[in-house]
Design a protein around this ligand. Sequence first.
Ligand code: ATP
Ligand code: MG
Length: 445
Amino acid sequence: MSESLKEITPKVEKVAKAQKLVGVKGMNDILPPDSARWEWLEGQVRALMARYAYRNVRLPIVEPTALFVRGLGEVTDIVEKEMYSFEDRLNGEQLTLRPEGTAGLVRSVVEHNLLYEGGKRLYYMGPMFRHERPQRGRYRQFHQIGAEVLGFGGAEVDAELILLANDLWKVLGLKDVRLELNSLGQPAERQAHRAALIAHLEKHSDALDEEAKRRLHSNPLRILDTKNPAMQSVVESAPRLLDFLGEASLAHFNAVKSILDANGMAYSINPRLVRGMDYYNLTVFEFITTSLGSQGTICGGGRYDYLIEQVGGKPAPAVGWALGVERVLELIKEQGEALPDLAPDVYAIIPETAALPVAMQVLQTLRACGVSAQMHAGTGEGMGSMKSQFKKADGSGARFALVFGAEELTQGQVTVKSLRDGEGAQRRETLSTVATWAHTLQSTL
Ligand code: ATP
Ligand code: MG
C-alpha cells in the first residue's frame, strides 16, 4: 500500500462508521422492475444496430484528461465545469471519468489503427459522467448509446445515421420526436462568421451574461448554445452561420436533406443549433421531444471530420450521434408504456427441506427447457408454512405453482396448480418425464 493510501484509509473508515453511506448525488441505482425496461431497450438497440451492420465496442470509462480537453475544446461547458477529473494517487496520471463517448472511441480507433482497411460503423452503450445540477432528465451519472461512422466523408452516412436513430424511435414506440438540422460548415467558413458574430454580440453586450462575456473572444459560437432564456433574443438575431457557407458545404447539406426527403424523414432547419462540443463541422442535428420539459433533447450528433487528426490519427472524416438513455426511457414511461412482464412461469413450493434435492433437479430440467422458475427459499430453519409459500407464489406473478409435497413425491409426481385463472385448476405431472410437459408451462405459448 502506498503512503498516501495508508494515510486516507483511517479517514475513510471513520466516515463509514460514523454515518449510513448513501450513493453519490445525481448517480442512480437502476433496480427491478425498472431495470427490465433498460434490458428491453438495450436488446432493441442491439437488434437494430445489427440490421444496419454496426458493430459494438466497449471502451474504458476512464481516459486521460488531455483527451477531452483537446477533443471537446477547452471553452465548453463540459471541460470548463462538468468533468470529474482527478489525479491517480498512485502514479500521478491526470484522469477523467468520460463525460461522453466520442473522444474515447476516436482515441481507440487511432490507437488500434482501425481505419486501416477502410471505414467502420460502430456503436457503444454505457455510463457517462458530468457534474451538473441534478434534475429530471439530467444526472451526474447518466447513460448514452452512441453510433459512430468513421472513415467515410459522404452525406449518405450522415443520412444513414439519422434514419437509424429514427428507426430506433419507431421500434421503441416513441411518439412526438422531431428532428432539427443545421450545418456548421468548415473551419474557414466559421472564421468568417465568427467576426460577424462577435460584432453582433459586442453590439448587445449589455444583454450578455457573465459566461457569454467571458466566451465572447475565446469561443463565441458556444454562446449560441446558451440555455439562459434572457439571452434568447440576442442569440436569435445573431448572424446565421448558414449564410456563410461555401458551395461545397451547402452541397453536402443539400445532399443530406435530399436523402432525408426521399425517405419521408421530416426535419426543420435550426440555424442556431451548434451543439455543445467544439469538434463538430458540417451536419449537426438533434432529436427533440416536447414531452420532457426543458430536458427535451434525447439525441444529438453531427460530423467531426477533424477530431481523428486532432487526437493524433491520420486525417479521416467521421460522423455520429449519442442518445440519452434516461431521457428516452422517461419518454417511454411518459407515454404510459407498460413494463415488460417479469413474472416467472412457475413458482416452486417446497413444504419440507427433504424435498429440496429432487425439486431442484426438476427445476434445473425445466430451466434447461426454457421455463423460468423461481424456487421458494427458506429461512435456514425451514421452508415456512404452505400458506406463506402460496402467498409468495401469488406475489411473484407466476402462472403456475409447482407443489413438491411428500405425498406427490412418493408417487414420483408433482402438483401443477394454476395461479392466474381464478379457479386454481390443478393437475399432476410425472417427474421422470419433465421434458415432455415443460412446454405447457411457458408463457410464450
Ligand atoms: P443538454 O443540452 O441537455 O445539456 P448536451 O448537448 O449536453 O445536452 P450531448 O453532449 O449532446 O448533450 O449528449 C447527448 C445526449 O445525452 C443528450 O441529448 C441527452 O439526451 C443526454 N444527456 C446529456 N447530458 C445528460 C445528463 N447530464 N443527464 C442525462 N442525460 C444527458
Ligand atoms: Mg449539457
